[in-house]
Design a protein around this ligand. Structure first.
Ligand code: ATP
Length: 248
């Protein structure tokens, strides 16, 4: 189920990634569906970031496949996956500090123009403005990103990822560093994106946020999936609360 601009699911099939003797990801299946918010949870060292990197293309799996829509992207590098509509944010915030907030967001908007095979300055400006508005960033748009507090930078990163018009959005701890108002805004923006057909997959430590936001949850421990399914069922699963180190 994929076309040039439409909805797409992201699928991991039997993904394995080893570091030395450790299987950081030990044969994992996962599907992030269009129109749904999917969460990936688990204790430190469970393999969440490694799986995330395999999905985004910054880490190559040793075995298994990654599919974006119907297309096998396992061997495609991250930037090629971006062009196919896969965007991500990072746990460690990654913005260009000397560029303005607006220019950081524009980078994402330009990626979509490249995907569409054209460079339309007005469309880029409109997508940039829309993404800034979505996160209430107009007031700081002209200021250097490096001068902003971390909560604002998190929103800048999200706005940049969205300005590219992705079909699938990977979010690595999107609420880290956000205050209550910013988190509320994040929740409503992410819900709106899912309602419009985007597939969202987030790695998140905050159990309350997962319970509030996610339609379905995958729980990892020691490189394996220990549970997967509707959020309330997975969070109530004793194997998950045990593996999640008592966070509830
Ligand atoms: P956290 O919640 O702390 O981010 P995580 O669930 O994302 O943890 P990973 O970071 O994927 O877990 O780590 C899984 C395992 O793989 C750990 O044992 C980790 O030490 C190991 N690992 C991850 N990346 C590397 C690497 N680049 N080199 C060596 N070992 C790694």
């Amino acid at each position: 189920m994929s076309d040039a601009h439409g909805a797409a699911r992201l699928t991991a099939r039997g993904v394995v990634r080893r570091y030395g003797g450790i299987e950081a990801v030990a044969g994992v299946d996962l599907v992030a569906l269009p129109g749904r918010i999917t969460a990936l949870i688990g204790p430190n060292g469970a393999g969440k970031s490694t799986l995330f990197d395999c999905l985004a293309g910054t880490v190559r799996p040793d075995a298994g496949r990654v599919l974006l829509g119907g297309r096998d992207v396992t061997r495609l590098p991250a930037h090629r996956r971006v062009r196919l509509g896969l965007a991500r944010t990072f746990q460690q915030i990654a913005v260009f500090p000397t560029l303005s907030v607006a220019d950081n967001v524009r980078v994402g908007a330009e990626q979509q123009s490249r995907r569409a095979g054209r460079s339309d300055a007005r469309a880029v400006a409109e997508r940039t403005a829309r993404a800034l508005r979505l996160f209430g960033l107009q007031a700081v748009a002209a200021e250097p990103a490096g001068a902003q507090p971390s909560g604002v930078l998190r929103l800048v990163e999200l706005a940049r990822a969205l300005a590219g018009g992705p079909r699938v959005l990977l979010l690595d701890e999107p609420a880290a560093g956000l205050d209550a108002a910013q988190t509320a805004r994040l929740v409503s923006v992410l819900r709106g994106l899912a309602e419009r057909g985007m597939a969202l997959l987030l790695v998140e430590h905050d159990a309350e946020l997962v319970a509030e936001l996610a339609d379905s949850v995958y729980a990892m421990a020691e490189g394996r999936m220990v549970a997967g399914g509707p959020t309330s069922a997975v969070l109530a699963d004793p194997r998950v609360s045990r593996a999640w180190g008592g966070v509830s």
